[in-house]
Design a protein around this ligand. Structure first.
Ligand code: AMP
Length: 418
């Protein structure tokens, strides 16, 4: 049996955990400011949710899902993304009957069988939000501003917001045909993968990273030239809202994102600071998804951000020391000899009930070794109790910052250290 974490997964512990906690705090604060409510769906779903919701031709469904048959013979899949499960849940619980606009956020693990490398894992975490029920550009702008605000408040800056419009269904159908026709003329110049994809999902060829494909794509027709009036108005309205919020962006006409269900606005946060994995997060409007999952016509827009990549970006921009808790806190209660152990225990119970951070020795060490441990734990005070103190109900309190020492009543410890 191999005693190490599965390839593509990682343990989070120690100082890195401080960054995760800070990220989670930011998600809570920002979503509260935007009136989004947290939603937690199961880690696995019926495979059909993703097949229908993410799309058969996508990399996710085609190559990356952790799908298995359970003991009852059902095909289940560890969620590779959370938009389809949230939509499934909105439909299942008829949420839109209760409130015609649902503002939902989530954070949690996702699973994709990808080739692991820095910033790309097989279990990774996403923070995301979905705004369901509004077809208007205000909703698009709201989720973009929410995601931007989360990154800003988390303290990362070396990223760029890229944005594009995929237009409505009619626009994309016309553009799709034009693209296929164009790629047919250049078929020999495309990568093998794109030669297959140009018929099933020609828009995906546009954001291929392959150098050969990129050269062909550079002269491909642009979707922007096919946009109808409605799509143009939607896009310019979203951009105007971003402008007035002072959020910088660049228009990237080749941005299509990997999933089939997007229409109108798509956007991505990209960075040069993380090597090959340049996407920190992204999203877009996905009006067709509700119907695909049997929920009728229901407009929606959302995003998701990779938490590991957000954290890597933070680490690239800031030193870890800035995060480590350097302020001394709490109390180390030192037992001198076996006889004081019970009193140390009861005092620890009392202090902890008052919410005070308390450390006690679990190795029955000498006073010197406990003092050393207290230094390592970076406590603000030590409290020593030995035979003399037991006899008088007192304790020797030391302020670890000033070095000042005094004997006080055991019952006074709480008020002094609090
Ligand atoms: P996607 O839904 O594929 O656009 O993913 C949204 C975000 O999740 C990306 O921008 C990444 O930050 C993150 N992400 C996607 N796949 C992975 C992965 N395999 N490992 C780590 N982060 C990922």
């Amino acid at each position: 049996m191999s005693m190490h974490a599965v390839r593509g997964t990682k343990d989070v512990f120690g100082d890195e955990m401080l960054l995760w906690h800070r990220a989670e705090q930011v998600f809570r604060e920002v979503t509260a400011a935007f009136n989004y409510r947290e939603f937690r769906t199961p880690i696995f779903e019926h495979t059909e949710v993703f097949k229908r919701g993410v799309g058969q031709d996508t990399d996710i469904v085609g190559k990356e899902m952790y799908t298995f048959e359970d003991r009852g013979g059902d095909s289940l899949t560890l969620r590779p993304e959370l938009t389809a499960p949230i939509v499934r849940a909105c439909i299942e619980h008829s949420l839109l009957h209760h409130n015609p606009v649902q503002r939902i956020w989530y954070a949690g693990p996702q699973f994709r069988y990808e080739r692991p490398q820095k910033g790309r894992y097989r279990q990774f975490h996403q923070f995301g939000a979905e705004c369901v029920g509004s077809p208007h550009p205000e909703a698009d702008a709201e989720v973009i501003l929410l995601s931007y605000e989360a990154l800003r408040r988390f303290g990362v800056t070396s990223f760029k917001l890229e944005i594009n419009s995929l237009g409505n269904a009619a626009v994309r159908a016309a553009y799709r045909s034009a693209l296929i026709e164009f790629f047919e003329h250049h078929k020999g110049e495309l990568s093998e993968e794109s030669q297959k994809r140009m018929y099933t999902n020609p828009l995906r060829v546009l954001d291929s990273k392959n150098e050969k494909d990129r050269q062909v794509v550079a002269s491909a027709p642009l979707l922007q030239d096919y946009l109808d009036e409605e799509s143009k108005i939607h896009m310019t309205s979203v951009l105007a809202l971003l402008n007035s919020a002072g959020v910088p962006y660049v228009i990237n006409p080749y941005l299509v994102r990997g999933l089939d269900y997007y229409n109108h606005i798509v956007f991505e946060f990209t960075t040069d600071a993380l090597g090959a994995q340049n996407a920190i997060g992204g999203g877009g409007r996905y009006d067709p998804l509700f119907a695909l999952l049997g929920g009728g016509d229901q407009p929606a827009v959302g995003f998701s951000i990779g938490i590991e990549r957000m954290i890597l970006l933070h680490q690239a921009e800031h030193s870890q020391e800035a995060l480590v808790e350097s302020e001394p806190r709490g109390v180390y209660i030192i037992a001198i000899g076996d006889s004081s152990r019970d009193t140390v225990h009861t005092l620890a119970v009392q202090l902890r009930r008052e919410g005070i951070h308390v450390v006690t020795d679990l190795l029955r060490r000498s006073i010197k070794a406990q003092m050393k441990d207290a230094n390592r734990e970076n406590v603000a005070f030590t409290v020593m109790i030995g035979d003399d103190e037991l006899a008088t109900g007192s304790a020797v309190l030391k302020n670890m910052v000033t070095g000042e020492q005094q004997t006080i009543n055991q019952s006074a410890v709480v008020s002094v250290v609090k």
